[in-house]
Design a protein around this ligand. Structure first.
Ligand SMILES: [Mg+2]
Length: 424
């Protein structure tokens, strides 16, 4: 069985842990420089659209809303704490996003698994204050759908197991447009519709060989995934509009800091390239390292760190620089690492992004220059093979401050910003 754990309204939930008085009130989190809304509590969803520019929020909605600046230091640390608790319930935890992880439950008895996950949910809430939903099934795709159900329908109590077969699964899949599935774009959806495939059930029932011939092996795998056959790795399971993850195992255990650094650099550069390819920019990145969970004889270390970018970017230099800085902070010698990864978080469309010259420390000229350099690099790498042109060492960023007027405290990582309890 595979589980997908997703933190409910993660950024809003992180803020509420330390401000219980915000519970039940509409809360929205703003992007870098307080430009637009990037996360909302349930109550805020009726009041403000995702991505809405802050200055366009109507005064009436603004009066009701609690607005905060994005506090990536806090979210990154809360994410780390949630993941650490999940590891108490299974050794097999694959980080998928800042607020989602795929869990492997191989060897766990099936009866009792739901109770195990209910307990996990309770303990995550107790340890971190974060509410999570759990979806269980035999493939990542179905686990994801199960998770969606767990979140929507309160009668599940936060944990939903979806069978790979049966009437219920059939009803859920029939109700789901193919374009809602992972990796199915609008254009692909149109081509599937021409074959009479408009819902997920129809895709599941399609002939995999035919789907492969018409489309690609990716879509063939999706057919199997919908049948409950696990055939997509977490590393390859990327929803392009949401986040981009590039990570790989070293192929052997490595305790060489140079090798780890090279891997992080390559993943960061690859992530930036993927961003440019789909016309996106990232607002933050997450860097993580893993030791081998199966080697119980070796010391384990799974650091994760989230870094906010100075401005939303798909510039290789900016992203590699941030990833290297993050690595410096979490890398510890003496461990044998198996895997390294970099994730691009909170993506936005590059062309719709507003560049406010008063907010952004990067001038138009600079931006144009870096866009040109990145385009040349992409072209050379495309023509002559990935990795032909790479960045040399990157200089540290100039010291300047983001506009984040509504920033909450970094409650969990700074001594001088710890929450204070008042006794009555
Ligand atoms: Mg979530």
């Amino acid at each position: 069985m595979i589980g997908l754990v997703d933190c409910n309204n993660f950024y809003a939930s992180c803020e509420r842990v330390f401000r219980p008085d915000w519970e039940g009130r509409p809360l929205a989190v703003l992007s870098n420089n307080d430009g637009c809304v990037i996360a909302r509590s349930n109550e805020a969803k009726e009041l403000v659209e995702m991505g809405a520019p802050t200055f366009k929020i109507p005064p009436a909605a603004r009066q009701q809303l609690i607005l905060v600046s994005s506090n990536y230091t806090l979210y990154g640390d809360m994410s780390r704490r949630v993941t650490a608790t999940l590891r108490e319930f299974t050794p097999d935890v694959e980080i998928y996003s800042i607020d989602e992880s795929f869990l492997g439950f191989d060897g766990f008895p099936l009866d009792g698994l739901i109770e195990h996950c209910c307990e996990m949910r309770r303990v995550v809430r107790r340890n971190t204050g974060i509410p999570v939903s759990v979806g269980l099934s035999t493939s990542r795709t179905l686990a994801k759908l199960a998770n969606r159900r767990a979140k929507k329908d309160a009668t599940f109590g936060g944990v939903c197991l979806m069978d790979s077969d049966g009437d219920e699964t059939r009803a859920v899949l029939k109700d789901l447009p193919v374009t809602d599935l992972w990796g199915v774009s609008g254009r692909l959806g149109q081509r599937l519709a021409q074959l009479g495939i408009v819902n997920a059930w129809q895709l599941r029932e399609a002939d995999p060989k035919r789907i492969r011939a018409r489309f690609s092996v990716v879509q063939e795998r999706l057919v199997y995934e919908l049948r409950g056959i696990d055939c997509i790795d977490t590393d390859d399971y990327g929803e392009p509009k949401k986040n981009i993850m590039t990570s790989r195992s070293f192929g052997r255990l490595s305790s060489d800091p140079h090798e780890v650094r090279q891997a992080i650099r390559a993943h960061a550069a690859r992530g930036a390239e993927k961003l440019r390819k789909q016309g996106s920019v990232a607002r933050a990145i997450q860097v993580h390292l893993k030791t081998n969970k199966h080697r119980e004889d070796l010391a384990q270390y799974h650091p994760v760190l989230v870094v906010q970018l100075p401005h939303p970017s798909n510039d290789t230099r900016v992203i590699v620089g941030a990833a290297q800085a993050a690595l410096k902070r979490v890398y510890l010698g003496g461990y044998r690492y198996m895997k390294a990864g970099v994730m691009m978080l909170d993506l936005a469309q590059a062309d719709t992004l507003q560049h406010d010259i008063f907010d952004s420390p990067e001038s138009d000229a600079e931006r144009e220059r870096s866009a040109k350099a990145s385009a040349v690099m992409d072209e050379l790498n495309r023509r002559m093979g990935s990795g032909t042109v790479r960045l040399g060492g990157t200089k540290g960023k100039a010291d300047w401050k983001l506009k984040a007027e509504l920033l909450t405290q970094r409650y969990t990582t700074r001594w001088d910003e710890l929450p204070v309890a008042h006794l009555k």
